[in-house]
Design a protein around this ligand. Structure first.
Ligand code: B12
Length: 453
């Protein structure tokens, strides 16, 4: 069966540098199941609207798939509309956090037939099998991990799909189906950050790099984070498999730098140590970076990571106020945050963390505490975000309960790409006051908000 997968544009203002890892896995498992997979990577190709429409019109396929972060909603809606316009009988399936966090909006406000909830590798293969064997209508009964519309338009919830526990059993993402040279020409990672400005590479002297994923899930439950998406059960591929993936990318694409883009890479210390041992044994000399957490780093771990090629690690610091950290359910103390900043700077020379403003309890004192924290720790945040209730988060439930968000689709359409504007003000300040306070904070702490990387 023929499957067309489309990748919406991600950050229209920036050159394409983020490989769509999840879609890469979806393409790989569908191909392994015997389907003919074509990828229309709009983020890499940046086609004009007319060209997108003609390409979808002129491509023959039996299943249409797309996905992305919730911020991609309007594009996903348009792509599904185009597919239905030119291929009305072809089922459409949408995955990614957009589909998991707003499935009902997707199914009722767009011509999406099937919303894939959570990890998609097993689900999509089962759906494709039913589509391939369909008679007059696709029977989706009992497929776990989906919501879909029945013939009468009612939304049916399939059973819950358990998390994939053995990530080693997954194939590598199907990099060969994507225009990889475009991604490799537009590098990722802190090592390349200084070579970008407002989404445009400033120099060709960049390190060939790619983003990869090694683990899924996060055991913490911060209120601004969508932890139900990949679940709170942390799972990682084996260190051997991760190193095998890295070796493959070094050999096949000449990659020298790896951005491990997981929510949190250092939950399981034993795994990190084993990865460090194995990557050193390869003697490839590759460098890498990952996300960490203030309460999980210490001298010994960072030292080991650095020796094994880790170029930098950073974490979402979010606030310098104990009260706000508590409200976020961050489970990090101010002492831990200060210690982590000092240690990471000592080992890597970076203070590359992010801050937030605008949690519901934010007040003048808590904002001043955040500013004082940054000044005291001689720290210029990479960015100060507005706290934003992204769908699927605890903050989002609070905003709905307080009546701050009436219509989910309208709200999602106001979400900008990086939380740079106020989408939903949860504080007692007016929007104007909050904007002024954010500008003040950005100025006082010397955050790099003006630059887009
Ligand atoms: C890496 C990452 C980024 C990267 C790159 C994203 C990218 N293009 O790949 C960067 C740093 C740029 C980024 C930015 C943002 N991110 Co982000 N990011 C992540 C992170 C940590 C990992 C993504 C990942 O690699 N996952 C692993 C792969 C294997 O999973 P996957 O891509 O989701 O794909 C699987 C399924 O979704 C599904 N699937 C995916 N596509 C398809 C398609 C089909 C057809 C099917 C059937 C299935 C399917 O199957 C895949 C395999 O299982 C996730 C957290 C997480 N746990 O996923 C947050 C996450 C996706 N990000 C999030 C947010 C909020 C943002 C920002 C808005 C943050 C901000 N304020 O700036 C921005 C948005 C930028 C923009 N322009 O839109 C939220 C999304 C919440 C939501 N409701 O959608 C998440 C879930 C974080 C969280 N836990 O809250 N992000």
């Amino acid at each position: 069966m023929k499957v067309l997968l489309t990748n919406p544009i991600f950050r229209h203002w920036a050159r394409p540098n983020c490989f769509p890892v999840g879609l890469g896995y979806i393409a790989a498992v569908l191909r392994n199941a015997g389907h003919e997979v074509q990828v229309l990577d709009l983020n890499a190709l940046r086609l004009e609207q007319k060209a997108i429409e003609l390409t979808i019109r002129d491509t023959e396929y039996d299943l249409f798939g797309t996905g992305g972060i919730v911020t991609a909603y309007s594009q996903v809606k348009e792509l599904v509309r185009l597919s239905k316009l030119y291929h009305p009988d072809v089922p459409t399936i949408v995955g990614g956090s957009v589909s998991s966090s707003i499935p009902e909006t997707l199914l009722t406000r767009t011509p999406t037939d099937i919303a894939c909830i959570g990890e998609g590798e097993i689900t999509v293969v089962e759906v494709a099998e039913r589509v391939a064997n369909r008679g007059s209508q696709v029977d989706l009964t009992d497929i776990a991990g989906i919501q879909y519309k029945d013939s009468g338009g009612a939304i049916i919830h399939g059973p819950v799909r358990p998390p994939i526990t053995n990530l080693d059993a997954l194939p590598f993402p199907a990099w060969d189906l994507f225009p990889m040279e475009i991604y490799l020409d537009n590098p990722v990672g802190v090592i390349n950050a200084a070579k970008w400005n407002d989404g445009v590479p400033q120099s060709h002297a960049v390190v060939r790099s790619i983003n990869i994923s090694a683990s899924r899930g996060c055991p913490y439950r911060c209120t601004y984070c969508y932890h139900d998406f990949m679940g709170t059960k942390y799972r990682h591929m084996s260190a051997a498999r991760l190193v095998e993936q890295i070796c493959h990318l070094v050999e096949s694409l000449g990659v020298k730098y790896f951005l491990i883009q997981d929510d949190l890479f250092i939950v399981d210390r034993k795994f990190v140590y084993e990865f460090c041992d194995r990557i050193e044994e390869t003697r490839l000399g590759v460098q890498w970076e990952c996300a960490s957490r203030a309460n999980l780093v210490d001298d010994e771990l960072l030292n080991r990571m650095k020796k094994a090629g880790c170029y930098c690690t950073s974490f979402g610091l979010e606030s310098g106020s104990p009260e706000i950290l508590k409200e976020m359910n961050k489970r990090v103390t101010i002492d831990q945050a200060e210690n982590a900043i000092r240690l990471i700077h000592k080992h890597f020379g970076f203070k590359y963390h992010s801050m937030m403003i605008g949690m519901p309890s934010e007040n003048l004192r808590t904002i001043q505490e955040s500013i004082d924290f940054c000044i005291r720790n001689d720290f210029n945040p990479q960015v100060v975000f507005y706290a934003t209730p992204y769908p699927g988060t605890e903050l989002y439930s609070q905003a709905r309960q307080r009546g701050l968000i009436q219509d989910e689709e309208q709200f999602v359409l106001t979400l900008n790409e990086q939380g740079e504007n106020i989408s939903c003000n949860m504080t007692h300040f007016t929007d104007k006051e909050l904007e002024t306070l954010k500008e003040y904070m950005v100025r006082m702490v010397g955050a790099a908000n003006k630059e887009k990387h």
